[in-house]
Design a protein around this ligand. Structure first.
Ligand SMILES: O=C(CO)[C@H](O)COP(=O)(O)O
Length: 247
């Protein structure tokens, strides 16, 4: 199904200082002058969320975190809870990004616990899934990703607002993207898994991995692609806005 309202979300990852919020303000200002029908969000480093909420107040840009702890509070040095993100002004949170799954050993069960925490705090989770190149080359991409969907999305998501982001690990930060046929096949498989598991017929399924102003229109036109999760190209307002316009 083609969804007319897309969700275009930037993930700044571990990039950006207070001065970088000028780029976020430029996104806010441009969208104020040229409103879009699409939802636009920026998932920022935790250190910038409170300041961004204040500086972007009144605009249409939604603010998100990039991860949260599964617990609400406690002796977890260095971690940030979903409630803290909400308190700072976030409405979205990315969970299960492959950089967390691979770099921090997060399992599907860990991701599901973070989803629960996000829901309890009133945040809309964006749950990332995606296969490695080795898994794709072995012909296991759909099997791996649908297993991640089943394992990372708890029953409590039924009827709630959330998004799934399909991000092939081999396409992240590499400039490589899957073919439109590969994207269509995977998004259809994720939709089927979402319908079967949670009755989720309209939950946006975003594509992420080397999205840029040149390839965005083609990727976003694929059936069941409900938006984009944009890494490097979200750091500059002009590039990010070009992707929003491509939608
Ligand atoms: O998180 C991502 C996008 O938000 C993903 O890792 C893709 O990054 P990119 O390849 O730099 O767009």
């Amino acid at each position: 199904m083609k969804q007319s309202v897309k969700m275009i979300v930037g993930n700044w990852k571990m990039n950006g200082l207070a001065a970088s919020l000028g780029e976020a303000e430029a996104v806010r200002d441009t969208l104020a002058g040229q409103p879009t029908a699409h939802r636009v969000g920026l998932c920022l480093p935790a250190t910038l969320i409170a300041q961004a909420a204040w500086r972007l107040k009144g605009g249409s840009v939604e603010i998100g975190g990039q991860d949260c702890h599964a617990e609400a509070s406690g002796a977890f040095t260095g971690s940030v809870s979903a409630g803290m993100l909400k308190d700072a002004g976030a409405s979205l949170v990315i969970v299960g990004h492959s950089e967390r799954r691979a770099g921090f050993g997060e399992s599907d069960a860990d991701v599901a616990a973070k989803v629960e925490a996000a829901l309890r705090a009133g945040l809309e989770p964006i749950v990332c899934v995606g296969e490695t190149l080795e898994q794709r080359d072995a012909g296991r991409a759909v099997e791996v990703v649908t297993a991640q969907v089943a394992g990372s999305l708890p029953e409590s998501l039924r009827g709630r607002d959330f998004a799934v982001a399909y991000e092939p690990v081999w396409a992240i930060g590499t400039g490589r993207t899957p073919t439109v046929e590969q994207v269509a096949e995977m998004h259809a498989a994720i939709r089927a898994a979402l319908v079967e598991g949670l009755g989720a017929t309209t939950t946006p399924i975003l594509y992420g991995g080397s999205v840029n102003p040149r390839n965005a229109a083609e990727l976003l036109s694929v059936a069941e692609v409900g938006g984009a999760l944009v890494g490097g190209a979200s750091l500059k307002a002009d590039d990010f806005l070009a992707i929003v316009r491509a939608a």
